[in-house]
Design a protein around this ligand. Sequence first.
Ligand SMILES: NC(=O)c1ccc[n+]([C@@H]2O[C@H](COP(=O)([O-])OP(=O)(O)OC[C@H]3O[C@@H](n4cnc5c(N)ncnc54)[C@H](OP(=O)(O)O)[C@@H]3O)[C@@H](O)[C@H]2O)c1
Length: 337
Amino acid sequence: MQTRQLGQSDLYISPLGFGTWATGGGNWEYGWGAQDDRDSIAAIAAAADAGINWIDTAAAYGLGHAETVVGRALRTLPADRRPYVFTKGSLVWDAQGRISHSLDPASLSREIDESLRRLNVEAIDLYQIHWPAFPPGAPEQSIEAAIAALADAQRAGKIRHIGVSNFDAAQMERARSVAPIASLQPPYSLLMRGIEESILPYTAAHGIGNIVYSPLQSGLLSGRMTRERIAALPADDWRAQRSPEFQEPNLTRNLALVEVLRGVGARHGRTPAEVAIAWTLRNPVVTGAIVGVRRPDQLDGLLGAASLKLTDADLAEIDAARPETTASPVPQSLVNA
Ligand SMILES: NC(=O)c1ccc[n+]([C@@H]2O[C@H](COP(=O)([O-])OP(=O)(O)OC[C@H]3O[C@@H](n4cnc5c(N)ncnc54)[C@H](OP(=O)(O)O)[C@@H]3O)[C@@H](O)[C@H]2O)c1
């Protein structure tokens, strides 16, 4: 798989990255239902074999569990096939597993040490602030103090590069006043285009890479999501209960878009999922797309996205079918909180 430079860093990444939100399992507030760790580990190994050279995880996914599973997977891989490890902090949890948000420098440096231990690596290749404020819209804490804590960890050799996630242009400007920012991790899919107006242009102007998340709108655009499957999603899968995109009236129009992706994909011998991911990668400001993978067999329907070049006619057809919407990247309960 060809690689691309992430911002101005020395990281050259494959167009697809391995996402691990679902790797955290179902046993927490924002879980995706039960997940077999052996499947996750096998999927990471298969992805590395296929040339995916970075994993995106976060302390919060499964309250540390996803990082622990990534650490176990890394131990099974020979050094020359080990992917880069990107993780995120700022979402912390209490003894009852309730998530809250902290940009406090002492909390962040404690989080970095805990992530290093769970991942079992000497240094984290990219350490990202998961959210500038959480729930979205909550009062902001000091972004400058948070980035200064990350810069300290960078000088100490614990992290190699600093990244941010879910930041807008003004928040990135504040972060960059303290230390260089390698990348932004924003939501981006056919149903979430909010970053195109001011956020992507800002990153392009300042040499910041973009690793976009949820390009399949959390599986909805994969071509395998049906009404029956949605109705059968377990209660501990947040998508069933808390994403309006998985419910009517939005569901009918979203599934109609998937059929258009299926038709476009058929012309290229690719799946709807590959078309949806390739659509995000068509934009040269996007360095890579993070795709959630739960089992090795899912890779078969995804890898072709890395080399798929959509034609102008494909893009026009997709654009005509795309609903005018800006879906939320997080459970609706958070947005309303
Ligand atoms: N920074 C942030 O705030 C943030 C927020 C969200 C996500 N992320 C990151 O971005 C990653 C990707 O986002 P995401 O996990 O929300 O969603 P996504 O990549 O849009 O969708 C992933 C889901 O699609 C389904 N899928 C994958 N391959 C498939 C295939 N070949 N055929 C059919 N279905 C397939 C799987 O769900 P099923 O198997 O259940 O169908 C999988 O869990 C996350 O794992 C995480 O690392 C970051």
